[in-house]
Write a protein that binds this ligand. Structure first.
Ligand code: NAD
Length: 496
């Protein structure tokens, strides 16, 4: 049986990759290929960026008013809502995340297009009460130009939309390169984009391996901005390459987030929060609460409870709404997680749950790892410092507030943190002290189009969602208009 075959989307047209090469995309549940993805190369990069550049400079897009851009984003949001179930299924086929999660994610996705569609005509400059007579000074916000958006495999359309919606609301054009492991949904999205009535070249989607075309995309002289989500090592390379052209950059990178539980917390809620923080999405989220910091006075009782709840997790087909833990998304990631389970043993951590590939008869033929919990971990161990991106929890005890905050912040990352306590003074003090872009108190893993998201330290640069996000895609211009009848001394800068 022949597999469905995708094409590149350039200038609102579907086209084969210039080298006529495709590769197989695998379903992580079966570890079998299910569709064919174009293997883009440098020539495809040229075509896609050329199309986006042309669309930014000429044609219909720059003539649209911000209100008209917003209306197109609304239309796109409506089409996503209409096709959410199909898009969710495609995501699951490609990345193995649970249909219950992807379906909720895809039905929520239109909100980003409505929010930024609404914001498109509310970006206002200002008139500055300038400190010089007979001069009128005002600011305006202008788009940057061609934006290259590069995304990972764990939440493909969500993370692409966090870039596409604000970038288009601001008037830019885009080349999207999804992860080589999960490109299908980006092409399905492009079909809706075209149907929404956007002019040609405004969004272009090409696929391919990061090692083949990543550098070409970032280094291209016609690219004004790179919006990247992915691992910190790749992020560093993107940042270095972008620096060569002094390009604007936003980076959403890795994390190793602490979930901190105090003995005064509602323990049953904290248990659920900790489990959802690490085992939802099989731990393959940048915000995974992969370090559990638990107050020593409740350590043993708490560990017993999380092990008990984790054991009930039903592994299986991610397309079933009954399944609670799905496969790992890619084979390299599966191997990476297994190598960390081996390392945990070598470092002397005690495995209290899992610790191996899944043998459960519920698991498919794909890449399944047992939910794994380790105690006797100290924060300097590699399993406590490095992002595993899998269902692996490192438990670290602490004495008091001071020690909790010191362990929590002793990490190169700063994406998110969870705090479980009922003490309002502690909530306020520790939320301020936590070096993380998002702090959840008595909850975990909540996101909205309304609230900014991004990393401290090596977890990234810039913010996505909320009003902050649109300024990642705009630049301020200051305009000075003189009403003087005579220009003063031309040899001296005018300061008064
Ligand atoms: P990755 O860094 O391997 O790949 C991300 C993207 O970068 C892919 O599209 C890849 O093709 C591309 N790429 C590879 N080399 C490149 C290069 N030289 N130049 C430009 N692009 C290149 O990441 P991944 O394995 O796909 O995703 C997992 C990582 O993403 C984790 O570290 C996770 O924490 C991070 N992530 C972060 C967030 C966030 O919002 N902070 C969200 C999700 C995932």
């Amino acid at each position: 049986m022949s597999l469905p075959k995708y094409q590149h989307f350039i200038n609102n047209e579907w086209c084969d990759p210039t080298n006529n090469m495709w590769y197989e995309s695998f379903n992580p549940y079966t570890a079998k290929p299910w569709c064919l993805i174009p293997k883009g190369n440098k020539e495809d990069v040229e075509l896609a960026i050329g199309s986006a550049h042309q669309a930014f400079k000429t044609g219909e897009w720059p003539t649209l008013t911000p209100t008209q851009r917003g209306q197109l984003l609304y239309k796109l949001g409506d089409l996503i809502a209409e096709h959410a179930d199909k898009l969710a299924e495609i995501e699951v086929m490609d990345n193995g995340k649970l249909i219950s999660e992807m379906s909720a994610q895809l039905h929520y996705l239109p909100q980003w297009f409505y929010y930024f569609g609404g914001l498109a005509d509310k970006i206002e400059g200002s008139v500055i009460p300038i400190d010089k007579p007979q001069v009128f000074n005002y600011t305006r916000y202008e788009p940057l130009g061609v934006v290259v958006a590069i995304t990972p495999w764990n939440s493909p359309l969500l993370l692409a939309s966090w870039k596409i919606a604000p970038a288009l609301a601001a008037g830019n054009t885009i080349v999207l390169k999804p992860s080589e492991f999960t490109s299908a949904s980006a092409f399905e999205f492009a079909k809706l984009f075209k149907a929404a009535g956007f002019p040609p070249g405004v969004l272009n989607v090409i696929s391919g391996f990061g090692r083949d075309i990543g550098d070409d995309l970032v280094l291209h002289p016609q690219v004004a901005k790179v919006a990247f989500t992915g691992g910190t090592e790749t992020g560093k390379r993107v940042y270095e390459n972008a620096a060569k052209g002094i390009k604007k950059v936003s980076l959403e990178l890795g994390g190793k987030s602490p979930n901190i539980v105090f003995d005064d917390a509602n323990i049953d809620n904290a248990v659920k929060g900790v489990i959802s923080g690490i085992f939802a999405a099989t731990g393959q989220t940048c915000i995974a609460g992969s370090r559990l910091l638990v107050q020593a006075s409740i350590h043993d009782e708490f560990v017993d409870k999380i092990v008990k709840l984790a054991k009930t997790a039903k592994m299986g087909d991610p397309l079933s709404f009954e399944t609670q833990v799905g496969p790992v998304s890619t084979e390299p990631q599966f191997e990476k997680i297994l190598s960390y389970l081996k390392l945990a043993k070598e470092e002397g951590a005690h495995c209290v749950l899992g610790g191996d590939r899944a043998k459960s008869s519920q698991a498919g033929t794909g890449w399944f790892v047992e939910p794994s919990i380790y105690t006797h971990v100290h924060n300097k161990m590699r399993i406590a410092q490095e992002e595993i991106f899998g269902p692996v929890l490192a438990v670290i005890p602490f004495k008091d507030d001071e020690e909790a905050i010191s362990i929590a912040n002793d990490i190169p990352y700063g994406l998110a943190a969870g705090l479980w306590t009922n003490d309002i003074k502690r909530i306020l003090e520790l939320s301020n002290k936590l070096q993380a872009g998002t702090v959840w108190v008595n909850t975990y893993r909540m996101l909205s189009y309304l609230s900014p998201f991004g990393g401290y330290k090596m977890s990234g640069i810039g913010r996505e969602s909320g009003k902050e996000a649109i300024y990642n895609y705009l630049q301020a211009k200051s305009v000075w208009i003189s009403t003087q009848t005579e220009t003063p001394n031309p040899f001296v800068m005018r300061l008064k």
